[in-house]
Design a protein around this ligand. Structure first.
Ligand SMILES: NC(=O)c1ccc[n+]([C@@H]2O[C@H](COP(=O)([O-])OP(=O)(O)OC[C@H]3O[C@@H](n4cnc5c(N)ncnc54)[C@H](O)[C@@H]3O)[C@@H](O)[C@H]2O)c1
Length: 251
């Protein structure tokens, strides 16, 4: 880890109170960034702030599905700091069910947080990035974007993130703004940790590396993709998944 790679930089992370978002908040902060994160879980967010070096990390309660709230959050940071270097669109939710049981609310909520939330924040950040001719936007897809049983809402949203990233990459490129996505595989977050026994073993057996990933694996990839040195990489979807996204493994 390079503890000054992000010094002077302002990094925004959505959904930073727990899981992958928290790991990224900690990683960017450890590499010298001033980090701002948005979430809705106040208690978990306060923990993250308390565990961070003084003044390095600021939490705001922002619902990213609310375009005006997302814009107000980002504009205020840009006003105060004069720059927005990195935006990480990480916040996401699942509402899994077979298609016949997905309510309109569960369809709309999953699209709203995973896809529209990324659009809202990116639209708000892009003007500030364009003004300085520099920016990094990283959005969270999932290995599910290629298709997964019982998740049509999430699959559609995460495939949407891929399309959004590729389209936006073309618009950002001439302004020094890159747009990339990470598609995590099975990562040890509280949700996965709660799954034990045969179901978990079956799932892990499908991973060519035969193990789950850690939030730190995602944070390391994010810290690279959002760095200066990744400036010639745009429009890519990086699988961080122990090989599960390669395709079927029959042995
Ligand atoms: N954990 C995995 O194995 C995995 C695998 C593939 C993709 N992903 C994706 O990675 C991202 C992070 O996953 P995670 O497991 O850390 O999730 P998580 O549920 O642990 O954390 C998500 C955070 O987003 C916040 N959030 C939810 N809705 C919000 C809203 N409207 N506005 C602001 N904040 C909101 C939540 O409060 C929470 O703190 C998600 O986009 C997820 O879809 C995760």
């Amino acid at each position: 880890m390079n503890n000054s790679r992000y010094s002077e930089q302002v990094v925004l992370v959505t959904g930073g109170a727990q899981g992958l978002g928290r790991a990224m908040v900690e990683r960017f902060s450890a590499e010298g960034a001033t980090v701002y994160f948005a979430d809705l879980n106040d208690a978990a967010a306060q923990d993250v702030v308390a565990a961070s070096p003084d003044g390095s990390t600021t939490y705001s309660r922002v619902d990213i599905t609310d375009a005006a709230a997302a814009k107000a959050w980002i504009d205020q940071i840009a006003d105060e700091r004069g720059r927005v270097d990195v935006l990480v669109n990480n916040a996401g939710i699942i509402r899994d069910n077979r298609i016949e049981n997905i309510s309109p609310e569960d369809w709309n909520a999953v699209i709203a947080v995973n896809l529209t939330g990324a659009f809202n924040c990116t639209q708000a950040a892009f003007g500030h990035m364009k003004n300085r001719g520099y920016g990094r936007v990283l959005s969270f897809s999932s290995m599910s974007w290629r298709g997964n049983f019982g998740q049509v809402n999430y699959v559609a949203a995460k495939a949407g993130v891929v399309g959004f990233t590729r389209g936006f990459a073309l618009e950002g490129a001439r302004h020094g703004v890159t747009a990339n996505a990470i598609a995590p595989g099975l990562i040890e977050t509280p949700m996965l940790a709660s799954m034990n026994g045969p179901a978990r073993e079956k799932l892990v057996a499908k991973v060519p590396m035969r193990s789950t990933g850690k939030p730190e694996d995602i944070a390391a990839a994010a810290a690279f993709l959002c760095s200066h040195e990744a400036g010639y990489i745009t429009g890519v979807v990086l699988d961080v998944d122990g090989g599960i996204g390669i395709g079927s493994s029959i042995r």
